[in-house]
Design a binder for this molecule. Structure first.
Ligand SMILES: [Zn+2]
Length: 104
């Protein structure tokens, strides 16, 4: 009887030839898509595709928005955030303000 996980399509089927010449099928994990920037969709550098077995610090860059935004988009976001902190009248549009809200 065929094992259940071999009937499912959640695993990728890879055909290979064994050393004895038999053609066999191997069942592997499917690879995930490469990580993409949340704003522009560019491929993220420093984020491995199969990072399940790695430590947390090896799965994405250790910086703000690491593994979420690409470098130019991170720069843009941080500059907008800093500008809104400097002059609250200009940059305030929604609930991004960190320290306000309890003023009466
Ligand atoms: Zn981007």
């Amino acid at each position: 009887m065929v094992e259940g996980y071999k009937k499912s399509r959640s695993l990728a089927r890879k055909k290979y030839t064994s050393p004895s010449g038999d053609h066999r099928v191997r069942y592997d994990r499917r690879r995930s898509d490469p990580a993409a920037c949340g704003m522009c969709g560019a491929r993220l550098l420093g984020v491995p595709r199969d990072a399940v077995l790695l430590g947390k610090t090896q799965r994405r860059p250790e910086r703000p928005y690491g593994g979420v935004f690409c470098s130019p988009c991170t720069r843009e976001v941080l500059q907008k955030k800093a500008a809104s902190l400097r002059s609250p009248l200009i940059g305030e549009s929604s609930s991004d303000s960190p320290s306000e809200g309890s003023d009466a």
